[in-house]
Design a protein. Structure first.
Lengths: 469, 414
């Protein structure tokens, strides 16, 4: 069934039932409120819901979904709506189910290194709480000040730490999820090893809210590394820095983060928070090494040596913690500047195998020239995940068209190099037109089949990930 | 710097949602239209005529304390509070003000003498005023009927302008360093006159001749925040003229300070008043900002454990947060302890605290919990608005804590 084009008008009695489930304060229906739930972190998608509900318990989520299935009302789950895929935009109207009020950390198990939490907890709040116990949860999407745990699990989010520590799925041990029928499932458990049948938590993880609404998760956590060190390396060309990343990794060094910024970003950094970076430099790499102090020192030396061998203009360790913090703050500000650099930004999210990073960069530079566009190259170079960001303006049709063509070519290049069209943002609406190139038709059919098993009525986040046949 | 934020600046928002992490209101109700990201989106849509600028829209604009924390954390440097004020101003321009608001902003607040007369009459009503530090009981409970439970301070008798001479001189034996003008603001004039007088005395002890210019008017911030820019400009012009001859203007009110320092943004670049406003702003100092540079030493009678609450208008609007702490640490007998979330808003936000009482109280409660955890006997702040809200919270929760303006701990042994 395709609810993607349905035009549902929620009747008074349905709104009344929703109000009974969540209480007066848990339901929004006024046009201004609905307008504020019509978008996410992307620049190009917008669609109005007809109601926004704020359940506070798993039981309420169950009642809402049961009602929605009975009445065939689309439900779009939403955390903070900071995702970059259009995933939480209610393209089919209906209900937005917002989990932000389910925000209790249930248990930090310091003996077994797990945390069990409701899904509305903001990632940074979780890490603040863990830090009090000398613990941390590594996956670090850069939206951590806004993003909820539920959204992160649903998008299988990751960030700079992915080089060494992996992404959300690597930490997901168990979860409570509600099926569209209203059935409450407890899946997985709290152990690192668990091969009981198909790995259902992993199927729900990264499913972009299309299979079930997650209400609680149990995650693996680690102790905070005792030592950190930051190394900064400057290169004349982006391509050279790509080669340096590969060299460092083949030396057997595993930095916690390797972040890449091109000349555009370096200039923005120098404008806002001058760090004395050479303005003509083509690329900057920031490495973070963490672990026990002796190993960190040795690895830092290794990184410096590898960068020198790769042809760095300048490479050194941060003098002290303060300078390291400045570098990482500047990196964050620099990345942010990209997203505000033009009215529309295609902040792409392609991933390639390690040995193709510099090839991808060279190709993106070529594409920028070909279409006469500014394409900023930033990314988590250490895991092959780059965010080539195409600056454009949706209101300028000709320019926008060129930008779209450039994006298409970037995707095709990533696929040709054996990579993926999305490393960490997800498909949502933004990339679904590329699914056919990224996945065999039979494989997409399996996705559809799985969806059907979980959500036979097709009410949950309809219109996402793949195009209708 | 001549660009005044307009509603168009909402287009800079890239919707990252970082503002959610800091927004005191969003942290309570998690509603997108109550946080900068969602509100900016609504303002964009209303500005593009895709959303009617109706009463619902106006109400969403009111869900903002204008605390400035969103702007402080914003990676794209979107001036969301200013954008909200610009949107409110557009609404007032299009639809006008309600009659009660019009009479308050344009009639009373703008006219200090009338305000003094009205409040002066009110001050004679038993219970409304406080004389010699002994308030008549129960009036707070009476006025709280109109404020949905917020205990307003009692009116001072007499007002500050009749207590304080035109010039307060440094005490004998203290070398005179110079002359400053004191801008008391409405709160110290009418409600906390004893604290206002104390501020002048501390400045005098620090070696300054403190001039109290008699015919100042309200700083205008409340009026501007409500969107009545025209009236706010008249008030600013009045104060700019009255203060032009001074080299240093000191205020003990974080809210007034933030207004005086921001007057430049109240006028457009082609208005000659903009540069006059900017040159005034450059001469304005918060009480603690000014005294921290002076190396002023003070002491308290008994050892005290003290914590500090950052007024939003001081930390986020003026960037002043170290100075009050330095001052507190320098007071002999004060043991300073930092509270958790010291720079979290107290939840007052002027009329917000009455219009959105439940949220204001939820924010106040968090603050009270932070205060209690410190074990401090005194919570100090630098804004009469925060004083009202903190005192209300302490009273409501029956906490064994005294709420003070920073100057009250600096008067020396009594």
């Amino acid at each position: 069934m395709d609810l993607g084009r349905c035009n549902i008008a929620l009747s008074k009695s349905i709104l009344e039932k929703l109000r009974e489930i969540t209480g007066e304060k848990g339901l929004l229906t006024s046009p201004v409120d609905l307008a504020s739930y019509s978008f996410d972190g992307t620049t190009s998608w917008q669609s109005l819901p007809e109601a926004v509900v704020f359940p506070t318990t798993t039981e309420q989520v169950s009642q809402i979904l049961k009602l929605a299935t009975e009445q065939r009302i689309p439900v779009t789950p939403r955390g903070a709506g900071s995702n970059l895929s259009g995933g939480s935009v209610p393209v089919s109207g209906g209900i937005v189910l917002c989990t932000t009020r389910m925000n209790m950390i249930i248990k930090i198990d310091t003996d077994n290194f797990t945390v069990t939490t409701e899904v509305g907890v903001v990632l940074n709040d979780l890490n603040q709480e863990l830090a009090r116990n000398n613990l941390f949860f590594p996956p670090d999407p850069q939206s951590s000040l806004a993003a909820t745990i539920g959204g992160c699990v649903s998008e299988n989010a990751g960030g700079p730490y992915a080089v060494k520590y992996g992404v959300f799925k690597n930490y997901l041990l168990g979860l409570t999820a509600v099926l569209p029928s209203g059935i409450i499932l407890k899946l997985g458990g709290s152990t690192v090893k668990n091969v009981t049948g198909y790995d259902l938590p992993q199927i729900i993880c990264g499913s972009e809210g299309t299979l079930a609404v997650i209400t609680q998760v149990t995650l693996r956590i680690l102790t905070l590394p005792p030592a950190h060190k930051t190394v900064i390396a400057v290169f004349d060309k982006v391509v050279t820095s790509g080669q340096a990343v590969h060299r460092v990794l083949t030396e057997g060094i595993l930095p916690a983060k390797i972040e890449m910024m091109d000349n555009w970003v370096i200039r923005r950094i120098e404008e806002t928070t001058p760090l004395g970076l050479p303005l003509e430099a083509g690329s900057l790499l920031l490495f973070e090494l963490d672990g026990n102090p002796a190993a960190v020192e040795k690895e830092a030396e290794g990184v410096i040596k590898s960068c020198q061998q790769a042809g760095a203009i300048e490479v050194r360790s941060a003098r002290d913690n303060e300078e390291a913090v400045n570098f990482w703050t500047a990196r964050r500000a620099g990345f942010s500047a990209v997203y505000g650099a033009s009215p529309t930004v295609f902040a792409e999210d392609v991933t390639v195998p390690f040995n193709r990073i510099s090839d991808l960069i060279a190709k993106v530079e070529e594409i920028a020239k070909k279409y006469n566009l500014t394409i900023i190259i930033i990314g988590h170079a250490g895991d092959g995940n780059l965010h080539p960001s195409v600056l454009t303006d949706k209101s300028n049709a000709e320019h926008y068209h060129r930008a779209e063509q450039a994006v298409n070519e970037i995707f095709m290049t990533a696929l040709e190099y054996g990579g993926a069209i999305s490393g960490e943002h997800g498909i949502g609406l933004e990339k679904k037109r590329f699914m056919k190139q990224a996945m065999q038709p039979e494989a997409i059919d399996i996705l559809r089949g799985i969806k059907k098993v979980f959500d036979p009525a097709g009410i949950l986040n309809p219109g996402k990930i793949w195009e209708e046949k | 710097m001549s660009h005044n934020p307009t509603v168009d600046d909402a287009n800079q928002c890239m919707k990252c949602g970082f503002c959610m992490y800091n927004c005191p209101i969003y942290k309570v109700d998690h509603i997108e239209s109550h946080v900068a990201r969602g509100r900016n989106m609504l303002i964009r849509q209303a500005s593009d005529k895709n959303l009617p600028a109706d009463s619902d829209y106006a109400e969403r604009l009111s869900y903002c304390l204008l605390c400035g924390r969103c702007a402080a954390i914003c990676p794209a440097k979107v001036p969301s509070p200013d954008i909200n004020v610009a949107a409110r101003t557009n609404l007032v321009t299009q639809k006008g003000l309600s009659l009660p608001k019009k009479s308050i902003y344009r009639g009373i607040l703008q006219n200090r003498n009338l305000m003094a007369q009205l409040l002066g009459v009110a001050a004679w009503v038993p219970g409304i005023s406080v004389k010699d530090g002994k308030p008549l009981r129960h009036m707070a409970d009476f006025t709280s009927v109109f404020t949905k439970g917020l205990a307003l301070p009692r009116l001072s008798r007499p007002f500050l302008s009749t207590r304080l001479p035109l010039r307060t001189l440094p005490p004998e034996g203290v070398k005179t360093k110079g002359r400053v003008a004191f801008f008391p603001g409405c709160a110290f004039e009418f409600f906390f006159a004893d604290i206002g007088a104390g501020i002048a005395q501390v400045l005098a002890k620090a070696g300054y001749v403190v001039i109290y210019p008699k015919d100042l008017t309200c700083c205008g911030l409340a009026v501007r925040s409500a969107g009545d820019l025209h009236t706010a400009q008249l008030m600013a012009k009045h104060n700019i003229e009255k203060l032009a001859s001074f080299d240093r203007i000191i205020t003990g009110c974080a809210t007034c300070g933030s207004a005086l320092k921001d007057y430049g943004n109240w006028f457009s670049a082609d208005d000659p008043w903009q540069s006059r406003a900017q040159s005034l702003s450059a001469k304005v100092y918060d009480f603690s900002e000014f005294l921290a540079k002076e190396g002023f030493k003070s002491q308290v009678d008994e050892p005290l454990t003290v914590t500090y609450h950052d007024p939003c208008h001081l930390k986020w609007h003026q960037g002043v947060s170290n100075q009050p702490r330095e001052l507190l640490r320098s007071i002999e007998g004060v043991h300073f302890v930092e509270m958790e979330g010291a720079d979290d808003c107290c939840g007052l936000g002027g009329a917000f605290s009455i219009a959105h009482r439940d949220i204001s109280l939820a924010i106040q409660n968090k603050k009270m919990q932070s205060i209690i955890k410190t074990g401090a006997q005194v919570v100090v702040t630098s804004c009469p608005g925060c004083l009202i809200q903190l005192k209300d919270g302490v009273r409501r929760n029956k906490l064994p804590v005294e709420v003070m303006h920073i100057s009250q701990l600096m008067r020396g042994k009594q």
